[in-house]
Design a protein around this ligand. Sequence first.
Ligand SMILES: C[S@@+](CC[C@H](N)C(=O)[O-])C[C@H]1O[C@@H](n2cnc3c(N)ncnc32)[C@H](O)[C@@H]1O
Length: 290
Amino acid sequence: MGKTNTKKKITIENRPELHIAKSPVTKPYNDIELDNWKNYSHIKTDTWWEFASRDNTNGHSNDYHGNYIPQIAQQLYERYTKKGDVVLDLFLGSGTSAIEAVNMNRRCIGVELKQEQVDIVKNKFSQKELVTDVRLICSDSSNKNVTEKIQAELDILRENKVQFLMLHPPYDDIIKFSDKKEDLSNCKNTDEFYALFKQTAQNGYDMLEKGRYAALIIGDEYKKGELIMLGFECAKRMQEIGFKTKACIVKNIEGNERVKGKTANLWRYRALNGGFYIFKHEYIYVFQKV
Ligand SMILES: C[S@@+](CC[C@H](N)C(=O)[O-])C[C@H]1O[C@@H](n2cnc3c(N)ncnc32)[C@H](O)[C@@H]1O
């Protein structure tokens, strides 16, 4: 009879100290663990985004005509930012980008032209958050000097550049936000709107870290019976600045509508009469600074 080999085979299971911890595979611009990619079914990867309604929880409310729905920030931050990153929003409005940044353990520098709006957003955060997480600037984002103001806030946050850029400009003059001449919703004509948008996007580009991402949320408009492709035209200006285009997402706008249904019949009559179609979508363009 041969000898039985009683030596225990050494395996990772019975000698856990031999197990070398494997660090998760992630991209430099987000925290998604690619080796667990099946756990991220909530993250959208296709170009059609449909949301039944606005998320009005966790500090968000529909208190500003023209605000975007927080689910957009949730999706973009998870795809394109890491915890602790700084988001720059050059059209802060009611502060959706900043609220969601804090909710998701990111930080935000927000620029808004109207002082009263900045004051409203200030009241949405604690004193501590206004020091360490959210920095608010009342300024004209299309003016070159805004970059110095942003740099001063970055110094306080101990950062050199921002890691994500959010641009949600007025859709030309569809909603008039103020009578100020610097207001992009108050331009003499659409060409002036494009020019101010491009200057603003350039300021954002200059403040963004290389390799990082930017998003443009925008819809088109009808003017004098003609479709004006604001989305395409603004995206083109971003390309001219040097951004590389990564995506054009189409999102339903039902969740944005405040008076849903009330004027539906009127618009349907106008569409049939004028030979056009009623907008049901807007765009989210994604760019990278290469
Ligand atoms: C479409 S809204 C942004 C809404 C915002 N994303 C939110 O969720 O509340 C555009 C904002 O840009 C502001 N704005 C217009 N022109 C500006 C400028 N030159 N510099 C900074 N902000 C400007 C308007 O006052 C308005 O609040």
